[in-house]
Design a protein. Structure first.
Lengths: 114, 112
């Protein structure tokens, strides 16, 4: 079965550079969630989209922005990168984002800022 | 903030059942209990979810108390590959988005 695809899997950027992470949800899933997981930390919710509209926002820095496109894939744009942005970034998708529908996660993008 | 409390770590012998407890005393009537696990730096893996009734699938069983204030995830025959951090999550309805809020989780170690 198709899963959530994230690209790239690994990314190395320098401080103050920009990074774009992509997430391709499971077919027919219309809801996307982004999470950040720092070293030794638990995943922290950043932002979510339902039907191409932002549906919720968590602890996402102002330097980050995201959107969901007409084909439901999503991109997380990160500017003015800082060393502290080094983390695993996970995307998850679900159908309608309801409480009774499972959300499935991708394998993540490991971002290293040097 | 996470609405669940789990023990930080547990051990289990290979082949035995692993019973992972979770407290969610402030759960609301329409909030689901979800379990995910994360094997070192991989994406969290969905295991099971439930509302009121006990649930079972090919991976695990979920037992929810009648008052819904706690639940137990049961891995009936733990294997070494079940070593992971297990997260019990109450899926919060907020602003039309039922996001998953991760707490600290339980690090389960399955020993040979």
């Amino acid at each position: 079965a198709a899963g959530v695809i994230q690209s790239p899997r690994h990314l190395i950027k320098e401080k103050r550079e920009t990074a774009t992470l992509k997430c391709y949800p499971i077919p027919r899933h219309d809801t996307v969630y982004w999470y950040q997981q720092g070293p030794g930390q638990d995943p922290q919710f950043l932002i979510s989209f339902y039907e191409k509209m932002q549906s919720d926002k968590g602890s996402i820095p102002d330097r980050f922005s995201a959107q969901q496109f007409s084909d439901y894939h999503s991109e997380l744009n990160m500017s003015s990168l800082e060393l502290g942005d080094s983390a695993l970034y996970f995307c998850a998708s679900s159908y309608e984002g309801r409480g009774d529908t499972e959300a499935f996660f991708g394998q993540g993008t490991r971002l290293t800022v040097v | 903030d996470a609405k669940t409390t789990q023990p930080p770590s547990m051990d289990c012998a290979e082949g035995r059942a692993a019973n992972l407890p979770c407290n969610h005393s402030t759960i609301s009537g329409n909030e689901y209990v979800y379990w995910y696990r994360q094997i070192h730096s991989q994406g969290p893996q969905y295991i099971i979810h439930g509302l009121k009734n006990n649930e079972t699938n090919e991976m695990a069983s979920l037992i929810i108390t009648e008052d819904r204030k706690s639940s137990t995830l049961i891995l009936p025959h733990a294997t070494l590959r079940d070593t992971a951090v297990y997260y019990c999550i109450v899926r919060v309805e907020q602003g039309g988005s039922e996001k998953l809020v991760f707490g600290k989780g339980t690090k389960l170690t399955v020993n040979p």
